[in-house]
Each structure stands twice: as structure tokens, then as C-alpha cells.
Design a protein around this ligand. Structure first.
Ligand code: ZN
Ligand code: ZN
Length: 453
């Protein structure tokens, strides 16, 4: 999940929560306040304020509806989009929200209406909570499920809201997330995928979000054999998208970022050309040097926050816009005439100085990816992992314990210590799979290991 962020100018979390309470919740097909098991406790990562997250004890959820499944978490992680929560950039956060939308586990208990999974099954959850029966779910567009998000504020802002999400504030339905030892999964038959023994947790976990999201971004950009592609942003989504482009037979994949290790990784794992915008400040000129007609496809996998120029920096700071148009404008200029651009990065509300002329005059298709419909892709993508065609662990840099989530958010936010993507273990996790990172500790300053188990 890589494009949920919204703080329209002048709207604070408090005001947003007041507005929601004034409007009342949208009706939903499942509750976001489940029953709890008496006397059982678990570790959870909870949000308390700007850059204030804490690992605290909480009750363990219980089966509340017949379609519920309760899972013990065996793997979780922190996502780039969690940093918007960390920095209080998402509306409708409430103190005590349990975060985390990327998780997997073992089924511990199932409701009476569950048919597809049973106690003991290894499963991965999609980051979105789909009902499986509404119009959008029936069309395979699980991320746009119409019945699971209670946010009337989002409905007001966008016209219609996307699906409820695990651990992503009340703007996304107010469901407890997977940065925890236990999770209640509503509509477990729809939102859990069984994992075969041949696929280790370190690979399966990423089917929850970044594998389908990166794949979806590449589909939306219409990348095909022989086409050239430019990808802005070499975070986990950009890096995995580059791999999908290479597997699709793209003639050239150019990755743009300014963090050296990430650019090196793009080169090493997917044979990309790289542009470091600290050195090559005119990114568009650098792209035309490599592809004189411009690239066929563009993917914006960067983030709104990383404005480069002073103009957008000031407008963002004083609340004249929420989102910068700098990268879409670079893409509009660098993509060939009648080319295609997909936006998978964080855009929320309003932008200024958008180069609408290039969009129209060059005949460019500019497509917002939306939240990726995970269920549409995940069986196919699991088979590509099983066969060895696709290995998501190319971006897995570290493994930590759930106890150190607070330190991990801080280090990840600062983009320190070469952390790209992490695997966070709980007391229910198996030992590291051979070839994946060994356990590190942030508390002991032991954070360099690309050492593998
Ligand atoms: Zn994510
Ligand atoms: Zn639905």
C-alpha cells in the first residue's frame, strides 16, 4: 500500500475526528471493535502522537463474527506508508490505534462461517479488508470494497472511500493492525491466503502488500516486452517494480533516487540504469540522454514529502498544497508522446503548478493506481514465488524483534543504517530461513548485518 496520505491544509487530527463524529460512521459489513479474550495479553505497537509509537500490552481479540479468523502473527514489518502515520500526516488517527497492514501468521481459531482455512494453516493477510460480496469485490477489485470502511470523512473528501485497511487509522476503517502478536481478520475466507510449506515466511509476508502493489503499478504503466521504463523512487515498491519490468522484458529500466545503496541495489538485482538526482539535477535531461525519444512508461513510486524545489517546499509548509507535483511533472516531460504514467506513490489531496499542458498535448495516459487489489493478483504471484521466478527477499535487509518496533520506526523514518525492508518476528515466528538476514538488535547498535542466517 503506497498511496494513502491526507492532511488537507488547516485540518488537524482533532478536527478530523470531530468532523467524523459529527457526520457519524458510514455503515459497514463488519465491526472494527471486536470482543476480547478474557485474561490473555499480547504485545502490540500503538500510536500515541507525532513520532510517538510504543510497544505496549493489549488484550487478545476473540472471534466476534462468524466470518472472523484469529491468527497468531509469525511475521510483520513496517511499510513506507506507515511513516505517514508516524508523522501524524493521516487524518483520524486515535491514541492507542494498533498499527500494521503487512502481516502473516498461523490460524488459531475460526468462526462458524469459515470454510477456506482451519486451525494451524499458515496464511498471509491482504492489507485490505474486503467483504467478498459487494459489487467491487465481485469484480475482483478488493481494495475498493464498498462495505468495510466506516470513514464518512474519506467519503466526503473523495466521493467514495476505499476498503477498510488493517492498522491504518480510522480514515481507513479503524481496524487493529498486524504489528502485534495476534490479529482478528474479518472475512477470513476472503482476506487470508494459504501458504504452501515450500514458501518461507520471509517471502510470503510480502504478498500482503508490496509484491501485489509493485506488480499492479507495472500493469497500470502498461510495461511490456521491448518498452523502456523510468521509475522514480528506489524504495521497496520501486525496487520490486524494477524487477517486474525486467521480468516483463522491458528494453531498459531507469531508476531515479539519491540514496546510493538503493540505486546500487536496483543495478545489481534488476540490471537498471540509475540516475542519482543529487548529481544529475536535471533528471529529464538525463533520461533523454539514455532514451532520445523519452521513455515509453513512467512509474512514480516516490513520495509527496520529498520536494526538491523551494517553490513546492514553501507551499507545502504554509498549507497552500498538500502534495507536490514535481515528480509527475518530471514524468510528463520525460515520457514519450502517447506514453503512460502510473502513480503508485503518496498523493492525497491538492497540488499546484501541475503541468496539465504536457498531459494533454503529448497525449499521455496518467493513471492513479489506487490501492492495489491484492486478491486479484496474489495467487498468480504466489506461484511465481514458488517457481523461483520472483524472489522478494532481494529487498529484505534486516530482521528485528517486535519489542524493538519503536526504535525501528525511528531508524526507518531517518532512512538510517541501510534499512530497506525488514522482517519483524514475534514469539510465534520460526527461526530465520537460510539465506535471509539474521536477527539484529537496534538497542545494541548492531544494525549493519546484511549478514544472513
Ligand atoms: Zn505497506
Ligand atoms: Zn466488498
Amino acid at each position: 500500500m503506497d498511496n494513502v496520505k491526507t492532511t488537507p491544509p488547516g485540518i488537524t487530527t482533532t478536527v478530523a475526528n470531530q468532523a467524523q463524529s459529527h457526520m457519524g460512521d458510514r455503515p459497514t459489513s463488519t465491526t472494527n471493535t471486536p470482543n476480547m479474550r478474557p485474561d490473555e495479553k499480547q504485545l502490540t505497537l500503538q500510536w500515541f502522537g507525532n513520532k510517538d509509537v510504543r510497544v505496549v500490552e493489549a488484550p487478545v481479540p476473540a472471534i466476534t463474527e462468524p466470518t472472523d479468523v484469529i491468527c497468531k502473527v509469525t511475521g510483520t514489518t513496517v511499510c513506507g506508508s506507515d511513516l505517514h502515520l508516524y508523522r501524524k500526516e493521516i487524518l483520524q488517527l486515535q491514541a492507542g490505534d494498533i498499527l500494521g497492514h503487512e502481516w502473516m501468521g498461523v490460524v488459531d481459531e475460526v468462526g462458524s462461517g469459515i470454510k477456506n482455512v482451519k486451525k494451524g494453516d499458515r496464511v498471509v493477510a491482504s492489507f485490505q479488508i474486503a467483504c467478498g460480496t459487494c459489487k467491487f469485490c465481485k469484480e475482483g477489485l478488493s481494495s475498493m470494497c464498498d462495505t468495510t470502511n466506516s470513514s464518512s470523512l474519506q467519503e466526503k473528501l473523495y466521493g467514495k472511500p476505499f476498503a477498510g485497511l488493517f492498522g491504518y487509522s480510522h480514515f481507513a476503517g479503524g481496524f487493529a493492525g498486524g504489528q502485534a502478536e495476534w490479529v482478528r481478520c474479518p472475512f477470513g475466507d476472503v482476506n487470508l491466503l494459504k501458504i504452501p510449506d515450500s514458501v518461507p515466511d520471509e517471502k510470503a509476508l510480502f504478498l500482503s502488500d508490496i509484491i501485489p502493489t509493485s506488480y499492479h503499478a507495472v500493469q497500470c504503466a502498461e510495461v511490456k516486452e521491448g518498452k523502456s521504463v523510468a521509475i522514480w523512487g528506489a524504495g521497496p515498491i520501486g525496487l520490486l517494480a524494477a524487477k517486474w519490468c525486467q521480468l516483463a522484458g522491458a528494453s531498459r529500466v531507469i531508476v531515479i533516487d539519491h540514496i546510493k545503496e538503493r540505486l546500487d541495489l536496483a543495478k545489481k538485482t534488476s540490471g537498471c540504469d540509475i540516475i542519482n538526482f543529487d548529481k544529475d539535477q536535471d533528471v529529464v535531461a538525463a533520461i533523454y540522454k539514455l532514451e532520445p525519444d523519452g521513455v515509453d512508461c513512467g512509474i512514480d513510486a516516490a513520495a509527496f514529502r520529498y520536494t526538491k524545489g523551494w517553490l513546492h517546499g514553501i507551499q507545502h509548509a504554509v498549507g497552500l498544497e498538500t502534495d507536490s507535483s514535481e515528480i509527475p511533472n518530471e514524468a510528463l516531460r520525460a515520457v514519450r508522446k502517447f506514453g503512460t504514467i502510473s502513480l503508485v506513490a503518496d498523493y492525497a489531496a491538492l497540488t499546484n503548478q501541475f503541468l496539465i499542458g504536457a498531459l494533454m498535448e503529448k497525449g499521455i495516459t496518467l493513471r492513479g493506481t489506487g490501492q492495489a487489489p491484492v486478491q486479484k493478483y496474489w495467487k498468480n504471484l504466489l506461484s511465481k514465488i514458488e517457481s523461483g521466478e520472483f524472489d522478494p527477499t532481494i529487498i529484505l535487509s534486516h530482521r528485528f524483534k517486535i519489542d524493538e518496533f519503536r526504535e525501528l520506526y525511528d531508524a526507518f523514518d531517518k532512512k538510517e543504517m541501510g534499512i530497506i525492508k525488514t522482517f519483524v518476528q514475534t514469539k510465534f515466528s520460526a527461526p530465520p530461513h537460510p539465506g535471509t538476514p539474521a536477527l539484529s538488535s537496534l538497542r545494541e547498535g548492531d544494525v549493519k548485518p546484511s549478514a544472513v542466517a
